[in-house]
Design a protein. Structure first.
Length: 405
């Protein structure tokens, strides 16, 4: 301990060294007065007589415990020849674990990017070692194989990741390549076990909820409701992937709160396309009153959910790509638009607008107002049609009758 001037205390004060952090700290106020001092003591990180942390970490999957060194290539021009010569000598030496060491390092980097715990990384290493022992993976995409090992390890440790998440850390391997590698590994290790498939672990919808909700910045109550909802959804025969159901439940939960999330935001956070969320919504919709917890949303809240709002968006998209101009071709003043192709494509709803335009007695602002009214009418008719289809397929739901779009 020695004296130094502390600008916070505005006086000379005793200084304490924090050797592990390399800092000189004021003993009075804790201000760091100096940093980057060198800790010359040994790196004993445990409180026992076990000095195993010194040197390279041991690995039971490697014959020499991972204690061998790998000679790296130098970027310096003056040392190109010596380093490459040494590298060739080492590669030609009898070290059967050199490839394993590099592969384990790659898995370590992948696991770090995904924020995985060490047990998952160790499991992935073990899976890869078992595959390599089969001596049958030569010629396969190595990056896809390693990524598939990480995917399977996550499943087995009950911390699953989606294939799309694995793709992000797979160093260029495609989704199809990773899926093929996964199927290959399952088959090979199944043969190793006498034809029995290896235990992959069951994917539960709730396994993804915490991570997805965190990505969207949802509050605790919404996360709790979403988690409970996906648990309730497992009681119904909703033939969609767990990830699609999770994304759709999040959409419903957020639209029952003041903190609504758009389809685009949910799609980005979960990796599920907007179209898939829309289609899954249709499957969940008939059961939503039994899936959403009553403590989170009452029946009145569900009535205001407007579950058919997606149909309105579809009409907007049709208008953007020229629906009105296409319908104009079918417009005949005084024609019967109540049936046939005219009824299906929406001529009755737009008919009044065309009649007004034909008279050419109002300004453009008035025409625009009438067109918007016709589009709203088209949306309403589309929603009524969808509601009738749901009622026909699933039976009577009292709260459906209150839906207005």
């Amino acid at each position: 301990m020695f004296d130094a001037f502390c600008r916070d205390c505005n006086q000379a004060t005793d200084v304490v060294f924090d050797h592990s952090a390399g800092n000189a700290v004021c003993s009075e106020c804790g201000l760091v007065l100096g940093s980057h001092s060198i800790d010359e003591t040994s790196e004993w990180q445990t409180f026992s007589n076990d000095y195993g942390n010194n040197g390279s970490p041991s690995n039971p999957l490697i014959v020499d415990d991972g204690l061998s060194n790998v000679i790296a290539k130098s970027n310096g021009a003056s040392s190109d020849v010596p380093s490459s010569s040494l590298g060739r000598w080492q590669n030609s030496s009898s070290n059967p674990d050199l490839g394993l060491i590099v592969s384990f390092q790659t898995i370590d980097i992948m696991a770090e990017k995904l924020g995985l715990v060490p047990t998952i990384k160790d499991r992935a290493n073990e899976i890869y070692k078992r595959v390599e022992d089969q001596k049958s993976s030569k010629g396969r995409n190595q990056e896809a194989l390693l990524a598939a090992c990480v995917y399977i390890a996550c499943r087995q440790e009950d911390k699953p990741r989606t294939i799309k998440e694995i793709c992000l850390i797979a160093n260029g391997a495609t989704k199809k390549e990773i899926v093929r590698a996964k199927e290959y590994i399952v088959k090979q290790l199944g043969l190793e076990n006498g034809g029995q498939s290896i235990e992959m672990g069951i994917i539960h919808i709730g396994d993804f909820m915490g991570r997805f909700c965190s990505n969207l910045g949802m509050n605790h109550q919404a996360v709790k409701a979403a988690t409970e909802s996906v648990q309730n959804s497992e009681e119904f025969d909703i033939r969609r992937s767990p990830i699609s159901i999770a994304a759709t439940v999040i959409y419903i939960i957020t639209h029952l709160s003041d903190d609504k999330k758009s389809l685009r935001d949910i799609s980005v956070a979960t990796g599920v396309s907007e179209g898939t969320i829309r289609n899954t919504y249709k499957d969940i919709f008939p059961h939503v009153s039994k899936i959403i917890p009553t403590w989170y949303a009452k029946e009145e809240d569900l009535k205001n959910l407007q579950p058919l709002k997606l149909n309105s968006k579809r009409v907007d998209e049709m208008v953007e790509v020229g629906m009105v101009d296409e319908i104009r071709e079918y417009f005949v003043s005084g024609a019967d638009n109540s049936k046939g192709i005219r009824r299906v494509i929406g001529v009755p709803e737009i008919d009044y607008f065309f009649e007004i335009v034909k008279k050419n007695t109002i300004d453009d602002a008035k025409k625009e107002k009438i067109l918007n009214k016709a589009i709203r009418k088209t949306k309403h008719s589309t929603c009524i049609l969808a509601k009738n289809q749901l009622l026909k397929e699933y039976g009577s739901y009292a709260w459906i009758d209150s839906v207005q779009n």
